[in-house]
Design a protein around this ligand. Sequence first.
Ligand code: CP
Length: 306
Amino acid sequence: MANPLYRKHIISIPDFSREELELVVDTAARLKQNPRGDLLQDKLVASCFFEPSTRTRLSFETAVQRLGGNIIGFADGGNTSAKKGETLADSIKIISSYTDAVVMRHPKEGAARLASEFSAVPVINGGDGSNQHPTQTLLDLFSIRETQGRLDGLTVAFAGDLKYGRTVHSLAQALSLFGARFYFVSPEVLAMPDYICEELDEKGISYTVAASLEEVIPEVDVLYMTRVQRERFDEAEFRKIQGQYALRADMLKNARPGMKVLHPLPRVDEIAVDVDATPHAYYFEQAKNGVYARQALLSLVLNETV
Ligand code: CP
């Protein structure tokens, strides 16, 4: 029987069942333990980044090459025929006629879903505006399972830019399938969007809006920090809230021993460098886990059985 992700578009976390998320996490764990160099043999993947990226693009490219596949693409939409006015729909029709899967990052919310409607092959969303970043969520879930030993029943604080931070939207939706309890710590102008809170209410998931990092640190298994998304934000407003909710090593003295600090990166000033040397810092390992999670996802999307 084909795995349930075979030939599927990967657009948004609400499209996944709990079992599908666990399948990716289990497969990532297997590939981390026992590397494979053959799972994407004869597969060609397009990497189409219309918005800047370091980790997502390069970890996808690493994942494809380590699995024996090939990759083509671009890191700057400004060097493509989009610059001449070609629609995304036409670009994707062409690119998907050359390749076996299309990984795409785009600044517009909904762009990945639109691309999937015109693509002959699976589209994998590498981030669409402030909407979703499902593959980041897969590596976040994998990192959480690696550090906590489970996904069920965890207490997780999200801090920083909860409004524009697409990674927190995707991860809150995913963890809601595992009975998480949440704390939200942000300036009021960057609060978690109503639609996410309403989804959590519908599922009976408990969340608390907290005023400071210090009050949540002793309570949580995972502290998920985020950068204020300056590129999606009015500059005057940005200056008003810049530097609020920054984490320093001395603030972690009351943290649980196994508590881990995650961050999708890049960081700016929201995690001081002195946190890096604490046993709570896990964000660099988290970024490395991106290769295993993306290897797992590509293998499942492009092979009936893995
Ligand atoms: N976490 C993440 O998406 O990083 P990049 O923007 O560097 O891809």
